[in-house]
Design a protein around this ligand. Structure first.
Ligand SMILES: [Zn+2]
Length: 404
């Protein structure tokens, strides 16, 4: 078997295309394969599919292909434009690459598999390509998959912000709670992120009125965004966020009290963590502090009591405990606790809605760890656009339709 014939079989190309020559350069570590089409060949029109269109002109192009053993491999071909009697002059697409790409489809498939599992910069090093070229491939496949996204089954959505970079630049993630995947990513954390999401749902084979449940934190922006744009959705306030607000208030009490009770210094986590996450020694320290009639100990007891409300068997019982808790805390002299109780009372319905919906943002831990992984991969990403694309890629369960 001649090498040209072997490469033709291995590449899987057929008439009118054929391998016309190959050149192997062991020293340069590369293999070059020339592909051509039969002279006088008539090709179908890419638009109207009319057969037998004559070739108008050709342009020479090169594509990086999968490595040949340890050697880089390149395909070269003159790509024709045909002249269709109906459509005029049209570029013919080659079967081994998509238009405009300098890589073959199989090389792109390999690159995409790599970037799902490693940082793009690392994949680029491994492939010996500049990462901006790889990013172009990533954006192409992600955008194509997103255009096909079908949100007709989407009913319950978790909306949560995450810092895109340390300290600033937030993105808002919209997660399908049932399918456990990111279905939309918006820049910022304002009410406009939710209106953008409603448009996105409308544009993807669904309707924003089909969203029946959302889980959000108590930020005014998300509340306004949901009430204006997801009018059929019941709001559940994320219980992890609720507990965090209470924990922050406990810590404020502790910090104030540390001025007069220096033994509280450095005890922050003893009051915020649950027993399961404390060592025996930490628990002993905390228990002895708790017996010392400190304001911090009282605030801590309030936190524990509130946490137990989530264990009530149903909403009706929880309502009773919730109201009892609020009146207890509001009559206390612990200013930060009184403030948080006032906040919780203002959001009573959405907090207690948890007993019906049982949804929480923190439960989507699998997603969160994927997003953290995306951020780790984003180290060295130059733009937010790249972070967004890689987040969709690792957490969006996209149908990438990679060639095989
Ligand atoms: Zn045509």
């Amino acid at each position: 078997m001649r090498d040209t014939h072997l490469f033709q079989l291995a590449l899987g190309i057929d008439s009118p295309w054929f391998v016309s020559a190959s050149d192997f350069d062991a020293e340069g570590k590369r293999l070059d394969i020339e592909i051509d089409f039969k002279s006088g060949a008539r090709l179908p029109c890419p638009d109207c599919k009319a057969a037998d269109c004559p070739v108008h002109d050709t342009t020479k192009k090169t594509w990086r292909h999968l490595d040949f053993f340890q050697h880089q491999a390149f395909l070269h071909a003159r790509t024709p434009r045909i002249k269709c009697s109906k459509c005029g002059v049209r570029q013919v697409e080659v079967p081994w690459a998509r238009p405009g790409s300098g890589f073959t489809l199989l090389f792109e498939a390999l690159a995409m598999m790599l970037v799902i599992h490693m940082p793009v910069a690392a994949a680029a090093r491994m492939l010996g390509e500049h990462d901006t070229k790889l990013w172009r491939v990533v954006h192409h496949y992600v955008e194509t998959a997103l255009a096909e996204l079908d949100l007709s089954a989407l009913k319950r959505v978790s909306i949560d912000e995450t810092a895109a970079r340390r300290g600033h630049n937030y993105i808002t993630l919209f997660v399908d709670i049932d399918q456990r995947r990111v279905v939309h990513i918006a820049e910022g954390r304002g009410a406009d992120t939710v209106s953008g999401f409603a448009d996105w749902v409308d544009d993807h084979n669904s309707d924003a009125s089909r969203i029946k449940e959302v889980c959000i934190d108590m930020s005014g922006a998300y509340i306004a965004g949901v009430s204006e744009n997801l009018t059929e959705a019941e709001i559940t306030f994320d219980k992890f966020h609720v507990m965090k607000l209470i924990g922050d208030a406990v810590d404020k009490v502790r910090r104030d009290e540390t001025k007069s009770r220096p033994e509280l210094k450095g005890s922050r986590y003893l009051w915020l963590k649950n027993d399961a996450n404390l060592s025996a020694r930490q628990m002993a320290t905390r228990n002895s502090l708790a017996r010392a009639n400190l304001k911090t100990g009282r605030a801590w007891a309030m936190r524990l009591t509130f946490q137990d409300i989530y264990k009530e068997p149903n909403r009706r019982w929880a309502e009773v405990q919730f109201d009892r808790w609020c009146s207890w805390v509001r009559r206390s002299r612990l200013e930060p606790m009184k403030q948080v109780a006032a906040t919780l009372m203002r959001h009573r319905d959405g907090i207690l809605a948890w007993f019906d919906s049982r949804i929480a943002n923190g439960l989507i831990e699998g997603i969160n760890s994927l997003v953290q992984a995306a951020k780790a991969k984003a180290r060295g990403y130059r733009t937010l656009k790249n972070l967004v694309a890689i987040t969709y890629l690792v957490a969006g369960k996209l149908d990438l339709r990679l060639p095989t």
